[in-house]
Design a protein. Structure first.
Ligand code: COA
Length: 145
């Protein structure tokens, strides 16, 4: 995780202890090419069975981007608990993340929709109060238009 964090300008580099703590609390999926880590995704299952899966972070190192790794990580997260909807928060001006979310929703046949900021806790979505991320949800029961 730390190598990927170090390679990605937009991602904070966390201590090994902090990354180990995250692995203890959440599902952390690692993508590798030839044993070299190229991306990861942190996923939190909601507290109750009707809560969604929260995609807290998905990051792919710049050299491996636009090759389907982000989408593969999200698909693996979706398969983990297929009965749950999926929520994530994205900055409006993060075109790569917005396009990835749209491709992800299409690939699992769900409907991607914006949801009000108050719908989920910021900590579940993985961002702090000063950040301008906006929440989205993929409803897996409602088919995409
Ligand atoms: C967002 C991110 C994870 C995408 O990973 P990726 O492996 O490049 O994504 P994929 O190759 O699976 O591409 C999925 C879709 O996003 C599009 N996409 C990826 N990077 C893009 C970019 N820089 N600009 C526009 N679209 C982009 C792809 O073209 C593809 O769209 P399509 O299916 O309509 O063709 C990656 O850019 C990244 O790590 N960014 C920095 C961290 C970040 O912003 N994470 C998201 C918020 S936590």
């Amino acid at each position: 995780m730390r190598w990927v964090q170090a390679d990605c300008e937009s991602t904070n580099i966390h201590s090994v202890e902090s990354n180990i703590a995250k692995i203890g609390q959440q599902l952390v999926l690692l993508a590798e090419i030839a044993d070299y880590p190229v991306g990861f995704c942190c996923v939190l299952a909601g507290r109750t069975s009707s809560d969604p899966l929260f995609i807290q972070q998905v990051t792919v190192v710049p050299l491996a981007q636009k090759r389907g790794i982000g989408l593969a990580l999200l698909n693996a997260a979706a398969e983990w608990q297929p009965e749950r909807n999926i929520a994530m928060a994205t900055l409006d001006d993060n075109g790569a993340a917005r396009r990835l979310n749209a491709s992800f929703a299409r690939s699992i046949g769900g409907r991607l929709q914006r949801v009000p900021l108050r719908r989920f806790r910021r900590s579940d979505l993985g961002f702090a109060s000063g950040e301008r991320h906006r929440p989205w949800m993929i409803d897996r029961q409602q088919k995409a238009d």
